[in-house]
Design a protein around this ligand. Structure first.
Ligand SMILES: Cc1cc2nc3c(=O)[nH]c(=O)nc-3n(C[C@H](O)[C@H](O)[C@H](O)COP(=O)(O)O)c2cc1C
Length: 348
């Protein structure tokens, strides 16, 4: 597969997306990013696309210690989707900071580093290690700045809290807020902290309100939905640990719904306004446009990348073409625009 040239009919459209850290704004030069867990730390995608043209590479969630993840089988195909129960396999934060992040810096890409922990203390340890490795400048550059590799920290709260009977942090407004405020406090003020939310909650607006009040500088929606697949010939679950996260086109309407509800609450003044990064089931520029029209300022591309490693660049070029065809000079003019169509009762 060949690399996709992002320069095309939509090249005149400004695709930059602004995040705002406590110390000031951080501009992502592209509106499309990889999604965590679907492109490791970017190296595997490098032959297929220009990583520097993307808004950023969101790295696989990193935890304190090396982890081998769950036993196989840990992936299953489902109609228009995929179930995975990888179990946050990874090299641990020290190895990540010694090899993966410097590689991204040398490549000239920008990284959004996804962090997690089994309890609040581990989240803080990982965030602190990221801060300590990046705040000195050097080959990693100054964090949050144009020349720096670290564009943002993404807090993956869709993992079990071992200190609270395995309750997923993202499913409880209190623990979600505890994690976000602790990571915010441990992160360089020049770096935005984004909270990645789970759609598996009764009231996504309540969770959004809680993490924003705790200091999140933006939201990423959504992580996978919990699912189960059963092999009817073996009369047994397909995945070794039974449940897995559902991703791919099947979940796009859920992602659009979550982005819609949170954006509507922001527009109604019920939540502080903050940038939303959309993720879930995006395969094309038109899919990404749906998330943008619902309220996403930037979009991540995940599962489709396994079949088409150039997808993030292709989606970005297609999104630019779509925005240009709508007469926009900047993607930001279209962010949340579908809400206006509802308010005015029309279908623009
Ligand atoms: C194999 C696989 C591994 C994933 N690993 C992570 C992860 O480590 N951290 C995370 O926040 N999300 C992870 N996700 C979720 C994706 O980042 C994304 O939120 C979700 O898959 C929906 O987007 P998509 O439909 O474009 O894949 C993973 C998804 C898949 C398919």
């Amino acid at each position: 597969m060949s690399a996709v040239d992002p320069v095309g009919p939509g090249a005149a459209v400004d695709l930059s997306a602004r995040l705002v850290a406590p110390a000031g704004p951080v501009d992502l030069t592209g509106a499309v990013l990889t999604a965590s867990g679907c492109a490791a730390a970017g190296r595997e995608l490098d032959p297929y696309l220009d990583l520097t043209a993307l808004g950023g590479v969101v790295t696989k969630t990193i935890m304190r210690d090396p982890r081998s993840g769950r036993p196989t089988p840990r992936m299953a195909e489902t109609p228009s989707g995929m179930l995975n129960s990888i179990g946050l396999q990874g090299p641990g934060v020290a190895s990540f900071l010694a090899t993966d992040l410097p590689w991204l810096a040398r490549r000239g890409a920008r990284a959004v580093v996804s962090v997690a922990g089994e309890d609040v203390g581990e989240f803080v340890e990982v965030a602190t290690a990221v801060r300590d490795a990046t705040s000195g400048g050097g080959e990693l550059g100054a964090p949050g700045t144009d020349g720096g590799v670290l564009a943002a920290v993404e807090v993956n709260i869709s993992c079990p809290n071992v200190a609270n009977r395995g309750l997923v942090f993202a499913c409880d407004p209190g623990t979600a807020a505890d994690v976000v405020s602790a990571v915010r406090a441990a992160t360089d003020p020049r770096v935005p902290v984004l909270a990645k939310l789970s759609p598996d909650v009764t009231d996504i607006v309540a969770i959004a309100a809680s993490v924003l009040a705790a200091g999140a500088d933006g939201l990423v929606m959504v992580n996978t939905l919990l699912g189960v697949a059963i092999d009817v010939d073996r009369a047994a679950p397909v995945l070794s640990r039974v449940t897995g996260g559902l991703s791919g086109p099947a979940i796009r309407p859920v992602a659009v719904r979550c982005i819609w509800q949170v954006t509507a609450a922001m527009r109604a003044g019920l939540l502080p306004t903050a940038p939303v990064v959309g993720v879930g089931g995006v395969r094309t520029g038109r899919d990404a446009a749906e998330l943008v029209l619902a309220g996403a300022a930037a979009v991540q591309v995940g599962t489709v990348t396994f079949g088409d490693p150039s997808a993030p660049a292709r989606v970005q070029a297609e999104l630019a073409g779509w925005a240009a065809a709508r007469g926009a000079t900047s993607l930001s003019q279209l962010v949340g625009a579908a809400h206006d169509a509802v308010r005015s009762g029309g279908h623009a």
